[in-house]
Design a protein around this ligand. Structure first.
Ligand code: ADP
Length: 478
């Protein structure tokens, strides 16, 4: 087995705020079949510490960014976990990244620099009986690992990969924290860690990792443009020969309409009916002639849900319905609560994993109108459950949904959903009208939902791509 260390700030099912957790949680299992033995280094948040029963103490550090720390090891829920137990950094309530008031923890730069630093130490032999050949870091929270490794004895011996799950989060810190973050002042330059007068952990990783990946081929292209690169497009252009887009998969066991314990299981779209009735009952929605649409999302500007609020009349005028589950931006939360005054709109503000399963199983369509979307997972759940994705033409949404167009509906129907472009309220409104009209064409709708359910959304293809990348970097062949 190739020993690989995954460095991540979240991993399902232990700690999750978004798609990163799903990926970091699923990848080790998917890679095992390809001869990769992946261990996962996670911060010792209370929720992670609570999962440990009899952990082995693999290493102790006296000064881990302001306090003592230990590296604990234990297999937990299918993950070969290494936990950085550093109470001064991670033992707190509220969110993984945000305090009770919804602000970033002031010491987030140090909290995740510590995680990356310990990954580097492990690459340099901190643990007596295991070290990785390759370190795979995720997002800005892991991005300093390739930087520290490039400056350490392990440079050149241990390979590094950095995956960008969302370039909007760049791990910025004031330059006054350079020393506290154990970064070399000599590296604080425009072609180094400097980003508009601050230090960017993500940029450090983008420059120093041996290889970069992101979570869809289209996002890999988009990242090279000013519109999507968020100021880092220049750095990425320099490295585009080492930038690869590999689509995320979903866990086919957790998301399985045939075996999902949270729903009435089904094998074909026709079997959705009892789940739809249950969903309507749960959300207090009446019977209706139009499609029942769902949204499961963080409520942020990225997700384009303000556009949905504007376009909603197109759905409601055709007796369509919307059930939304989400949390985030308070203005959006209030706006959706207001929209729910309409009898065909129902809203749950909050985070509820099992409700998400019931919604995907019960709905006719799932809406993902994101302004940008590195990969997106909920449209993949939609495909798997025969719940047609209506998505913006961007990032991974463009790579995973075959839109209903005259071409894909002619002859043998190959469409699996709907897409709209440009990402405006008008285009979304038109797409909702198309959705409603398609929904009335029962035979065609059935065909498209069957296509959706047959579309491959698991990890097989992507795990092969990651394993190949690791092997190429390590100079081995499959
Ligand atoms: P992002 O990582 O940008 O939030 P993704 O679509 O990649 O978007 O992943 C989001 C993940 O979080 C999915 O697994 C989705 O089901 C889940 N999710 C988001 N909001 C909620 C919520 N309110 N309740 C339950 N699950 C949610």
């Amino acid at each position: 087995m190739i020993p690989v260390l995954s460095v991540t700030s979240e991993a399902a099912p232990l700690v999750k705020t978004g798609g990163l957790a799903d990926v970091a949680g699923a990848l080790p299992g998917a890679l095992a079949a390809h001869g990769v033995g992946m261990r996962t280094l996670l911060p010792g948040y209370p929720a992670v510490m609570a999962e440990l029963r009899k952990p082995e103490t693999c290493a102790e550090l006296n000064d881990c960014f302001g306090g003592p720390a230990r590296v604990l090891a234990e297999p937990v829920r299918g993950l070969d976990l290494l936990v950085l137990d550093a109470p001064h950094l991670y033992k707190r309530g509220a969110g993984l990244y945000l305090s009770e008031t919804g602000q970033d923890w002031q010491d987030n730069p140090e909290r995740f620099a510590a995680l990356s630093w310990v990954a580097c130490e492990i690459a340099n032999g901190l643990m007596p009986d295991w070290y990785p050949s390759l370190v795979h870091a995720h997002d800005w929270q892991g991005a300093l690992a390739p930087y520290y490794i490039a400056r350490s004895r392990a440079a050149g011996r241990v390979r590094t990969v950095l995956t960008i799950h969302n370039i909007a989060f760049q791990g910025l810190a004031p330059v006054s924290r350079l020393a506290a973050l154990r970064l070399s002042p000599a590296d604080y330059r425009p072609d180094g860690l400097e980003y508009w007068g601050q230090v960017s952990a993500l940029k450090a990783g983008l420059i120093h990792a041996d290889w970069l990946t992101t979570v869809s081929p289209t996002y890999a292209e988009e990242l090279l443009t000013p519109e999507f690169g968020m100021g880092l497009e220049g750095v990425l252009l320099e490295r585009r020969a080492e930038l690869l887009g590999i689509l995320n998969g979903i866990d086919m066991e957790v998301w399985s309409p045939e075996r999902d314990p949270h729903i009435v299981p089904y094998h074909a779209p026709a079997g959705k009916a009892p789940n739809k009735a249950a969903l309507r009952a749960e959300f207090g929605l009446p019977r209706a002639e139009g499609p029942l649409c769902v949204v499961i999302s963080r409520l942020t500007a990225q997700k384009g849900l303000d556009l949905l609020l504007e376009a909603l009349p197109a759905l409601l005028e055709r007796d369509g319905q919307l059930a939304l589950l989400g949390t985030g931006d308070k203005v959006l939360e209030a706006a959706f609560r207001k929209a729910a005054e309409h009898p065909n709109v129902a809203v749950r503000i909050g985070y509820d994993e099992w409700l998400a399963h019931r919604m995907i199983a019960g709905a006719d369509a799932i809406l993902v109108p994101s302004r940008f979307e590195p990969c997106g997972l909920t449209q993949l759940y939609g495909l798997r459950y025969g719940t047609l994705p209506l998505v913006a033409l961007t990032g991974g949404l463009a790579d995973t949904v075959i839109p209903a167009t005259p071409a894909t509906l002619a002859g043998k129907v190959v469409a699996t959903g709907l897409q709209f472009h440009p990402v405006t309220a008008l285009a979304l409104s038109n797409a909702l009208m198309r959705l409603c009209s398609l929904y009335q064409q029962t035979g065609l709708w059935r065909t498209i939902t069957r296509n959706a359910m047959a579309h491959p959304v698991g990890w097989d293809h992507s795990a092969t791509a990651y394993a190949q990348l690791y092997k190429d970097l390590l100079g081995k062949r499959i």
